[in-house]
Ligand binder design. Structure first.
Ligand code: C2E
Ligand code: MG
Ligand code: MG
Length: 292
């Protein structure tokens, strides 16, 4: 009763002072979902209740798959589907991002190492890293340990960071990134163009790749301004000697556009959405058979 009264009081305050509001269920459903999520996520981390989907990264010119990006998936019996856009911020707020991030990294490295063992060809893997993981003191050591445990060569692993991760404490981030680079791991900037891009600083970070955010692609072929941004970022990457990946390629026309700009690599529904391990296997083996 106290919780409900409190919720009603906050709703009243929110709608202006000198007011009264009756309690309604939707006022607490958000908090209830969050406390359920906390409980369910802890369980999922213990019982392997999460999974990874893998999206191919494709070379523009040859159409060859250059690797995959691991994306977390959570289908919970009680909560239903929880998307990464809900899960990751929640995990960041509730101190579960470290165990979650470690689980993702280990699973992804294991997948790539197994692939190489089974098929005799490398399938480099890209993993998204949250700002809180990067700023955790033991991060570099835990990456090295996971590589050792899974037997994955460091040059098969690419870590994706966002611009906002780098601007919080640039000096510290620079140190961690250099240590990762020294260990042989590649680094890329994800969602490039959507954060606060300090270009002067960008030069100083030891990065290998820019990933152009998919929001520029949605209409890039039709919208002159987005097209100009995509074009400039591809040119910027070339000048800075960085690799470049365009995200969110959904149509032949968009791929043509990227090809005309000499963009190297893309990801998007046009080639494939992120797939569970077994479906990815089927897809890549089929493509391989078609090519030979
Ligand atoms: P992201 O790293 O930029 O990943 C790309 C997102 O775009 C994925 O969404 C992917 O499914 C989606 N996508 C791929 N191709 C297309 C396309 O052609 N069109 C459209 N409209 N979308 C496309 P997803 O899997 O929902 O992930 C969303 C975000 O959540 C990711 O963005 C990443 O920032 C974060 N995320 C996902 N998994 C993890 C994780 O394990 N750890 C961390 N820290 N973040 C993660
Ligand atoms: Mg990413
Ligand atoms: Mg992205």
């Amino acid at each position: 009763l106290m919780i409900y009264a409190d919720a009603a009081m906050y709703a009243a305050k929110k709608s202006g002072r000198n007011n009264y509001v009756f309690y309604q269920e939707n006022m607490t459903s958000g908090t209830e979902r969050r406390s359920k999520m906390d409980e369910r996520l802890r369980l999922a981390l213990l019982n392997d209740g999460l999974s990874l989907a893998y999206q191919p990264k494709v070379e523009v010119n040859s159409g060859k798959v250059t690797g995959v990006e691991a994306l977390v998936r959570w289908q919970d019996d009680v909560l239903g589907t929880v998307t990464p856009d809900e899960l990751i911020p929640f995990a960041e707020d509730s101190n579960l991002i470290l165990p979650l991030g470690e689980w993702v990294l280990r699973k992804a490295c294991q997948f790539s190492a197994n692939w190489e063992k089974e098929f005799g060809v490398a399938l480099p893997i890209a993993v998204n890293i949250s700002a809180l993981q990067l700023s955790h003191r033991g991060f570099v050591e835990s990456v090295k340990l996971i590589l050792e445990e899974t037997g994955l060569a460091a040059n098969r692993l690419e870590l994706e960071l966002t611009e906002s991760t780098l601007v919080k404490d640039p000096k510290y981030a620079q140190g961690v990134m250099s240590a990762l680079r020294d260990a042989g791991v590649s680094l890329s900037i994800d969602d490039f163009g959507t954060g606060y891009s300090n270009l002067a600083q960008l030069r100083r970070f030891p990065i290998d790749r820019l990933k152009i955010d998919k929001s520029f692609m949605s209409e890039a072929v039709f919208n002159d301004q987005d097209a100009a941004i995509v074009k400039s970022v591809i040119a910027l990457a070339k000048i800075l000697n960085l690799k470049v990946t365009t995200e969110g390629i959904e149509t032949e026309e968009q791929l043509e556009f990227i090809r005309s700009l000499n963009g190297q690599e893309y990801q998007g529904y046009y080639y494939s959405k992120a797939l569970p391990a077994d479906e990815l296997k089927t897809l890549l083996l089929k493509k391989l058979a078609q090519a030979s």
